[in-house]
Design a protein around this ligand. Structure first.
Ligand SMILES: CCCCCC/C=C/CC(=O)SCCNC(=O)CCNC(=O)[C@H](O)C(C)(C)COP(=O)(O)OP(=O)(O)OC[C@H]1O[C@@H](n2cnc3c(N)ncnc32)[C@H](O)[C@@H]1OP(=O)(O)O
Length: 701
C-alpha cells in the first residue's frame, strides 16, 4: 500500500503505508509502482517525494515473504524506474531506512534525513546481501571501503554519519517530509544525470585488491564479491552479479536460520504462562528506582545496565571494602561505555550504601549476593521487612528455587527471578523466572524492565536451572562422558567450534570457572570426594562423571587459577590424569569422531529443550532458541537448538538419541522425551506448529 497525493501544488507525495515498519510487501511494491507512474504521468507534478507513514521511512523487504513464492512486482525494476525518472525524486527519511528501504532511497535522486533516523543495509544479518542494487549503488555513492564496511557488517549509521559518508544530502531537525517537499520544489527542472547513482563511477580508492582480499578473509564472501563487481564491472553487469549471488544465498540454511531468529527474538516478547497470564493482558508497573543488593561482578554489571537504561539506582553492599571497590569499578565501566559510544558519562544516578535500609523506597530490588540458599533466604526475609509492600523483589540466582525464596516474604506474588548473564551490562539475554505465585503484573514489569535495559527478556517457569542452565547441564555431562570414553577436551571443543560455537564446552567452562558448577553439584549432593570403584561413577541412580569435581580437587578452577581443562602453560597433566582415571575405572578409550561429539552434546541438549517445552517451563521453541543464542553462544546462523533440530529433522534427532541411549542405558536423558516422540509420530510438523503439541504442568519443583 502506498498513498499518492499532490502537495504544494506541484509535488507528488508517495507515502508507504504498511505498519509497523512500512516493509516492502508485495502490496507496498505494487502501490509504489502505481504511485510512481501516476506522479510521473501527472502534468501538474514537477517533482516527487517518497516517505513512510508514522515517522518511519521503511524497514526493508518484508521478511515474512522470504521462503514463500514471490508475488507482486519485483523491487529492482521499480527502483530503476524511479532513478530513470525525468522529474526529481526525493526520499524523506524518518525513523529507519534499512535494507530494501535504503536501496529504494538510493534509487531516488536526493535523500533528506531527519537527524534521529538510522540507515543501513542489515541483509547480512539475515544471511542475505542487499540485492536491490545496494551492493552496486552504495560503493558508487560513498566509495568501496565505506560501502564494504556497511554491507558486510550490517551496521546501522546515524543520520549525521550518513551525511558525513555522503549517503544523504541533508539532515534536518524539523519535519523531514516538509523539508523534503520544499527541497523538491527547489530542484524542479534541474539536470538529473549526475544524481543517478548507478551512472556514477566508484570513487577511486588505493589498493582495492588487498582491501577485498582482507575483507574476504573476515566476512561474508558473497557481499564482498558483489561489491567487487561494483568496483570492476559496469552497473548492468554488476546488477547481474548481485542477483546471481543473492540467488545462492536466498534458500540457504543460514539465511533461513537467521531470518527465523530475527522473528524468534521478537516472538519471546509475546510471553504467556501456563497460569493464563499473557503479555497483552498484563500491565507492567513503572520502575523508576531500582536497588541492587550485592556488588560483586554480577551486581556491578546489573547496576551499570540499570543506570544506562536511565533508572535511579541504589547500590547496596554491606562489606565496606567491596563497596569502595564496586563504586570505582562501576564508574570505570560507565566511563568506558561512554567512550565507546562517543558520549560523555551521564552524571551519576547511582547512590551507594552499606545499609539494606537504603533499598526501602525502591520500586524494584534485584539481589545479586552469593549463590547460597541460606544467604538468600535471610536476605529475602530482611528485604520483605525493609522494602515498600508493593516493591518487586527479584533474585539474580542462576538455579535456586524462586518459589522457596518467595515463601520467605510477605508478598510472594511480587517475587521473581531476573537471571542476568555475565557480563550483565553487555549480554542481551535476561531470563525472567516466574514462580507459582508470581503475579502477571510482576512478570510484565520485569519483562518490560529487561526491554528498557536493551535486553531480550524470556519468561521462564521455575525449575532447577530454569531453561538455559537446565539444558547446559545435560550438554556438559555428555562432554564429560565423552572424555571418559576416550575423547580429549581439544577434540570435543574443536567439533563444537567447527559447528559454530565461539568457544567449545571446555574452553567456556575454563573461562567461567570450574568451581561454580562444583559448588552447585555439592549443594545438590552430587559432588562427593573420596569415592572409589564403580560407585564413583553412579550418583542418584544414574551415570555420573566426577571429572569436573576431580579437577577442582586438584585446584584447577580454569583460567582464574591458570589451569583447568587446559593448561595456560605447557604441561601434559590433564592427558595423564584422564588416562589414569580411565584405567582406574576400567574404561577402554576409543576413537570418538566429530559426529558423535556433536550428536551427543547437542542432541541431549535439544532433548532437554523438548522436555522443558513439555513441562511448559517456556511457552515455545523461540524462547529456548533466544536463550541459547543470546546467552550460551549457540551460533546465530544455526537459529538455536530447537530450530537446528527442525532443520536436521526430528526423526533423525530421535533416532540418534535412541541409538546413544541403547549404548548408554544408564543415561536416561538420552532417551527421546515424550514431546519429541509425539512430534515424530505426528509426522514431524514444522517448528511453528510445535506449540500446539505442548501440554502439562508448569513447575518441576
Ligand atoms: C522478495 C525478494 C526481493 C529482494 C530484494 C530486496 C531485498 C531486500 C532485503 C531486505 O530488505 S531484508 C530486510 C532488511 N531489514 C531489516 O533487517 C530491518 C529489520 N527490522 C528492524 O531492524 C527493526 O524492526 C526496525 C525497523 C529498526 C524497527 O525496530 P523497532 O524496535 O521499532 O521494532 P521491532 O520490534 O523490531 O519490529 C516491530 C515489528 O515489525 C516487524 N518487522 C520489522 N522489520 C520487518 C521486516 N523487514 N519485515 C517484516 N516484519 C518486520 C517485527 O517482526 C515486529 O513484529 P511483531 O509482530 O510486532 O513482533
Amino acid at each position: 500500500m502506498a498513498q499518492y497525493t499532490r502537495v504544494s501544488g506541484s509535488v507528488g507525495l508517495i507515502t508507504l503505508q504498511n505498519p509497523p515498519v512500512n516493509a516492502l510487501s508485495a502490496a507496498v511494491r505494487l502501490g509504489i509502482g502505481e504511485a510512481v507512474q501516476r506522479a510521473l504521468g501527472d502534468q501538474e507534478v514537477q517533482s516527487v517525494v517518497i516517505c513512510g507513514q508514522n515517522g518511519l521511512f521503511c524497514g526493508g523487504a518484508d521478511i515474512r515473504e522470504f521462503g514463500k513464492e514471490m508475488t507482486g512486482p519485483p523491487l529492482v525494476p521499480m527502483i530503476h524506474a524511479i532513478e530513470a525518472a525525468t522529474k526529481p525524486v526525493v526520499a524523506a527519511i524518518e525513523g529507519s531506512a534499512l535494507g530494501g528501504g535504503l536501496e529504494l532511497a538510493l534509487g531516488c535522486h536526493y535523500r533528506i534525513s531527519h537527524c534521529k533516523a538510522r540507515l543501513g543495509l542489515p541483509e547480512v544479518t539475515l544471511g542475505l546481501l542487499p540485492a536491490a542494487g545496494g551492493t552496486q549503488r552504495l560503493p558508487r555513492l560513498i566509495g568501496v571501503p565505506a560501502a564494504l564496511n556497511l554491507i558486510t557488517t550490517g551496521h546501522h549509521v546515524t543520520a549525521a554519519e550518513a551525511l558525513q559518508l555522503g549517503i544523504v544530502d541533508q539532515v534536518t531537525e524539523h519535519n523531514a517530509v516538509d523539508v523534503a517537499v520544499k527541497f523538491a520544489l527547489s530542484v524542479t527542472g534541474k539536470p538529473l544525470h549526475d544524481r543517478r547513482v548507478s551512472s556514477l563511477e566508484c570513487p577511486a580508492a588505493p589498493d582495492l585488491d588487498s582491501l577485498f582480499e582482507e575483507a574476504m578473509l573476515k566476512v561474508r564472501v558473497a557481499c564482498v564479491q558483489a561489491v567487487r563487481a561494483a568496483a570492476t564491472l559496469p552497473y548492468a553487469r554488476g546488477m547481474e552479479r548481485e542477483k546471481a549471488l543473492m540467488a545462492t544465498l536466498f534458500g540457504s540454511g543460514q539465511a533461513r536460520a537467521l531470518q527465523y531468529f530475527f522473528f524468534a527474538q521478537r516472538a519471546v516478547g509475546r510471553w504467556s504462562t501456563p497460569g493464563g497470564a499473557r503479555w497483552d493482558t498484563s500491565q507492567p508497573r513503572p520502575v523508576r528506582t531500582a536497588a541492587v543488593i550485592g556488588l560483586g561482578t554480577m551486581g556491578r554489571g546489573i547496576t551499570v545496565a540499570l543506570a544506562q537504561a536511565g533508572l535511579s539506582v541504589v547500590a547496596v553492599e554491606t562489606q565496606a571494602k567491596q563497596l569502595t571497590e564496586a563504586r570505582k569499578a562501576v564508574a570505570g565501566m560507565l566511563k568506558r561505555a561512554a567512550v565507546r559510544r562517543g558520549t560523555t558519562p551521564e552524571p551519576g544516578s547511582i547512590t551507594y550504601s552499606d545499609q539494606l535500609q537504603a533499598a526501602a523506597r525502591a520500586d524494584l530490588v534485584i539481589e545479586a549476593v552469593f549463590e547460597d540458599m541460606e544467604v538468600k533466604e535471610t536476605l529475602f526475609r530482611q528485604l520483605s521487612a525493609v522494602c515498600r509492600p508493593d516493591a518487586l523483589l527479584c533474585t539474580n540466582t542462576s538455579s535456586l528455587d524462586v518459589d522457596h525464596l518467595a515463601s520467605q516474604t510477605r508478598h510472594p506474588h511480587l517475587v521473581l527471578g531476573m537471571h542476568f548473564f555475565a557480563p550483565a551490562q553487555a549480554m542481551k539475554l535476561l531470563e525472567v523466572v516466574y514462580g507459582a505465585r508470581s503475579s502477571p503484573t510482576a512478570v510484565a514489569t520485569a519483562m518490560q524492565l529487561g526491554k528498557t535495559m536493551g535486553k531480550v527478556s524470556v519468561a521462564v517457569g521455575n525449575c532447577r536451572g530454569f531453561a538455559g542452565n537446565r539444558m547446559l547441564k545435560r550438554y556438559l555431562e555428555q562432554a564429560f562422558f565423552l572424555l571418559e570414553e576416550g575423547a580429549t577436551p581439544e577434540g570435543v571443543d574443536r567439533a563444537l567450534e567447527e559447528f559454530g560455537f565461539a568457544m567449545g564446552v571446555f574452553r567456556m567452562s575454563d573461562l567461567s570457572g570450574l568451581d561454580v558448577g562444583w559448588r552447585v553439584r555439592k549443594a545438590e549432593g552430587l559432588a562427593q570426594s573420596g569415592l572409589t570403584g564403580p560407585s564413583a561413577r553412579v550418583r542418584q541412580g544414574r551415570r555420573y562423571s566426577p571429572l569436573g569435581d576431580l579437577l577442582c580437587e586438584h585446584q584447577r578452577f580454569g583460567q582464574k587459577s591458570g589451569r583447568g581443562w587446559y593448561q595456560y602453560e605447557p604441561d601434559p597433566w590433564l592427558h595423564r590424569f584422564l588416562e589414569e582415571y580411565r584405567a582406574r575405572h576400567g574404561l577402554l578409550p576409543r576413537r570418538i569422531d566429530q559426529q558423535e561429539v556433536l550428536e551427543r552434546c547437542l542432541f541431549v541438549l535439544i532433548n532437554e529443550g523438548f522436555q522443558i517445552l513439555e513441562d511448559r517451563i517456556v511457552a515455545g521453541p523461540e524462547d529456548i532458541d533466544a536463550i541459547y543464542v543470546l546467552g550460551y553462544g549457540w551460533p546465530r546462523h544455526r537459529g538455536g537448538p530447537m530450530f537446528y533440530a527442525h532443520m536436521v529433522g526430528l526423526e533423525r534427532v530421535a533416532q540418534r538419541l535412541e541409538h546413544y541411549h541403547q549404548a548408554h542405558p544408564e543415561v536416561p536423558y538420552l532417551q527421546p522425551c515424550g514431546l519429541l516422540r509425539r512430534l515424530v509420530a505426528s509426522g514431524s510438523p514444522p517448528i511453528h506448529r510445535w506449540r500446539r503439541a505442548i501440554a502439562g504442568p508448569h513447575s518441576q519443583l
